[in-house]
Design a binder for this molecule. Structure first.
Ligand SMILES: *Cc1c(COP(=O)(O)O)cnc(C)c1O
Length: 391
């Protein structure tokens, strides 16, 4: 211990504590509950992709430090994916950067692009690493709250406009949106793009659920909107799309000056990571459309199983248009405090969920909402639904 009374953890991080996922996962183990808290699949991704990783490892590809920007095979595959899917053309050498998951991409982008005191306008509820990464970068977060409207959480464009000040440096966007399952519409994205251009803002957009959109929802990258390509840092990840969240292979696509800036921060965080997995993800990115169609179909079925179970159990369900999470309102159950509800749920029903309030600065606004993950086997979801109905 130091001799001073000064706290060990610095002021930037002190407010964050331990993530709720640690507490809830421990509770799941202690009570033998079905864990629908943390968002990771309980089945691994395609066998051929796993084999590609084994092959790379055996062949000695990626076992030593790969190149700082990522292995050329992967950068080329990422660029080809953006071109094929969205007509976005990026130079694999100057406009693509491989990162240790999307988490590092977000952190490196914010560390690179913010000066202390810069304001970051972000959609609330936030993915849990955003607030901490903004804080580490010395930025100030300015939330714009998505609010329930006719069965889904929507962005109020007037509130978004009002949140931008002369100190705003960037907009931090996430679509499809975790935890609400909202997929921003073309009109909403066009309004965000107009605002960014008008106020000359940078945009960091987390699109890790780009392939998980359901029904008639469509994922549109912000970088495809007029005036956006040169000001947008687009973030993707293999974790969610290919069900290999432990590999931590993510990426950034952006104009050369933005990629250079993000790389300047990234080189001092991890420098490089996931060597052999980078080769495997390069192969995954080239999977045929049939893979993505089947993946989407299977996740949509799981969404429907869990949503039906939650509705039958008395929750109000916000039917997600994307991601693998469903947000519910617990007020129809006579409850109003998501924290207390989630702490009691393992004992009451043998199921673990996450209180959305942890993703809000405005805890009151998030209090009645609870998130369940449906990236689990169908029999597990059916059992969870049955337990909740019996509660
Ligand atoms: C899971 C998730 C991430 C983290 O992705 P990694 O590639 O595992 O770092 C980032 N953003 C959102 C919205 C997520 O849900």
């Amino acid at each position: 211990m130091t001799s001073t009374a000064r706290p060990l953890l610095n002021r930037r991080l002190a407010e964050f504590g331990t993530t709720i996922f640690a507490e809830m996962s421990a509770l799941a183990v202690a009570t033998g509950s079905i864990n629908l808290g943390q968002g990771f699949p309980d089945t691994d991704g395609p066998e051929e992709v796993r084999e590609a990783a084994v092959r790379a490892l055996r062949d000695g590809r990626g076992n030593q430090y790969p190149p700082g920007p990522g292995v050329p095979e992967l950068r080329t595959a990422i660029a080809a994916h953006q071109e094929r899917r969205y007509g976005l053309s990026y130079d694999p050498d100057t406009e693509v950067l491989v990162t240790a998951g999307a988490t590092e991409a977000v952190a490196a982008a914010l560390l690179a692009l913010l000066e202390p005191g810069d304001e970051v306008v972000a959609l609330e509820p936030y993915y849990d690493s955003y607030a901490a990464s903004i804080a580490l970068a010395g930025g100030r977060r300015v939330p714009v709250t998505l609010r329930p409207h006719e069965g889904s959480f929507r962005l109020d464009l007037d509130e978004l406009r009002a949140a931008v000040t002369d100190r705003t440096r960037l907009l931090l966007v996430n679509t499809p949106h975790n935890p609400t399952g909202t997929v921003l519409t073309r009109a909403e994205l066009a309004a965000i793009a107009d605002l960014a251009v008008e106020r000359d803002l940078l945009v960091v957009t987390d699109e890790v659920y780009e392939h998980l959109v359901f029904d008639d929802a469509e994922h549109l990258p912000l970088a495809t909107f007029p005036g956006m390509r040169e000001r947008t840092v687009t973030i993707g990840s293999a974790g969610k799309t290919y069900s290999f969240t432990g590999w931590k292979v993510g990426w950034v696509t952006a104009a050369p000056a933005l990629v250079s800036a993000v790389r300047a921060a990234k080189q001092f965080l991890t420098y490089v990571s996931s060597g052999p997995f980078q080769y495997a993800v390069a192969e995954a990115l080239a999977l045929p459309d049939s893979y993505y169609d089947a993946f989407r179909r299977s996740m949509r079925e799981r969404r429907d199983i869990l949503s039906a179970g939650l509705t039958a159990a008395g929750f109000e369900v916000f039917r997600p248009a994307g991601t693998y999470f469903v947000t519910t309102d617990i007020r129809p159950l006579g409850e109003k405090d998501g924290f207390a509800f989630c702490r009691a749920l393992p004992e009451r029903a043998g199921v673990v969920a996450i209180p959305n309030a942890v993703f809000y600065d405005d805890r009151e606004a998030g209090a009645p909402f609870v998130r369940f993950a449906f990236c689990k086997r169908e029999d597990v979801l059916r059992e969870a639904a049955e337990r909740l109905r019996a509660m």
